[in-house]
Design a protein around this ligand. Structure first.
Ligand SMILES: *Cc1c(COP(=O)(O)O)cnc(C)c1O
Length: 419
């Protein structure tokens, strides 16, 4: 089918949940994707932070080939070798004690919410004073299931589905005073993305993270950190919380974990794990043999090639080059992020939209827009400096073109990319 035919068919047969960009991807290798007409795109988004090793990586191809000779699925009623090994590896790098495997970020988050409630129930049965409410942050995004949207701040994600899970309160982003005022024994958990992703690549402050750790310790409620986007190496450390020197009670990861296959995980302390008994939670597909095998291969590759240091080095270079751009273009109001989780904020949504269109259609570079005015970069970890130079030169030209008066008008008629 051609792109036109696909567009027509999807318009008829799919629920209209997505406004896709008009590219029909036919192949990928390394940091590049190709469309059917042979056009090559530099991918600075990696499937929203998923394809950490890029496309067609030999280590993943090997794991897939080996995995094809083993049952693709055996359920969680029997043992296979992958879950224990992956769990061991994750506990070693996270400082946490136990893992549960799910199929996606939102499922991992859902499991984390249930774990917090179960722990609260356990502690009350032991005589502790601990409530059932959740405290979350404005600007948060935790996924699309009912519990996840209930803890996701933007109204457009939860209002149409009302009533969502009750007993969730929000405080302003990274506001220490608001946290100190709001926090009490009514809460069973404090829910934070150390670096908000969909919220526009916004790291919470060190003071906020310190207060979050201190206050949750005071009441005995878990500090639950959503690292679905920031975790598993994206920021140049295994977990974003490691930049803050804090250890959470619970964390969730997913996006890059299995290099493109669906896999999510909740990691928690042994203390929290006391709340869970056989039969309380589970999944048919989660932690399947193929996904675990590929995740272990991704893990090995990150360690074998020193990829965390590479993410730090190239990400820092990328950040510096973006900061230079910001000094040259008034339209850029801020540069944010850590490692390969980066963003520039533009002065208005129309320019951000137009910049993405030009980057995609003229320069053949893929990125995305989040929170209206934010251009987001979540490239594959294997990105090199030369790709950064190509991208920054293209951005420079794009922003210069947008600030020219006759072109500024076009900014209001750009197509759709991103959320
Ligand atoms: C993407 C994301 C999720 C949801 O993950 P899915 O795999 O899409 O369900 C949850 N939390 C954060 C921080 C995310 O970025």
């Amino acid at each position: 089918m051609t792109l036109n035919e696909l567009q027509a068919a999807e318009k008829t047969f799919l629920l209209p949940t997505y406004e896709r960009n008009p590219l029909l991807i036919t192949s990928g290798e390394g940091v590049y994707l190709w469309t059917g007409d042979g056009t090559r795109y530099l991918d600075l988004l990696s499937g929203i932070g998923v394809s950490a090793l890029g496309y067609g990586h030999p280590a993943i191809a090997r794991a897939l080939a080996e995995g094809a000779g083993y049952p693709l699925h055996i359920s969680n009623l029997f043992f296979h070798e992958g879950q224990a090994e992956l769990a061991l590896r994750l506990t070693q790098v996270s400082g946490l004690d136990r893992a549960f495997f799910a199929n996606s970020g939102t499922e991992a988050w859902e499991a984390a919410l249930k774990l917090a409630r179960a722990y609260s129930t356990l502690r009350r049965s032991e005589g502790a004073e601990l409530g059932t409410r959740f405290l979350a942050l404005e600007g948060s995004f935790h996924g699309r299931t009912m519990g996840s949207v209930a803890t996701t701040h933007k109204l457009k994600y939860r209002e149409p589905f009302a009533p969502v899970m009750p007993e969730v309160d929000y405080i302003p982003f990274s506001d220490v005073h608001a946290l100190e005022n709001a926090w009490s024994r009514e809460y069973c958990a404090l829910l934070i993305e150390p670096i908000q992703g969909e919220g526009g690549i916004r790291p919470v402050s060190q003071a906020f993270m310190d207060a979050a750790r201190r206050l949750t310790r005071e009441t005995g409620a878990p500090l639950v950190l959503d690292e679905v986007q920031a975790g598993f190496g994206r920021t140049g450390k295994w977990f974003a919380y490691q930049h803050y020197g804090v250890e959470p009670d619970v964390t969730t990861i997913a996006k890059p974990l299995a290099g493109g296959l669906p896999l999510g995980a909740v990691l928690c302390t042994g203390e929290l794990a006391r709340a869970i008994h056989p039969g309380m939670h589970g999944t048919t597909f989660g932690g399947g043999p193929l996904a675990c095998r590929v995740a272990i291969a991704v893990f090995d590759e990150i360690e074998r090639t020193g990829l965390l240091a590479h993410v730090h080095k190239v990400g820092t270079y990328f950040h510096e080059r973006l900061a230079e751009l910001a000094r040259r273009h008034e339209m850029v109001t801020e540069v944010r992020g850590v490692g390969m989780m980066l963003a520039i904020e533009l002065s208005d949504a129309a320019h951000a939209k137009a910049a993405l269109e030009t980057m995609m259609h003229t320069h053949h570079i893929l990125l995305n827009r989040t929170s209206e005015t934010v251009l987001r970069f979540l490239p594959p970890y294997i990105l090199e400096r030369t790709h950064v130079d190509t991208a920054v030169a293209a951005l420079d030209a794009t922003l210069a073109g947008l600030s020219a008066p006759q072109l500024a008008a076009q900014a209001n008629t750009g197509g759709k990319i991103g959320d």
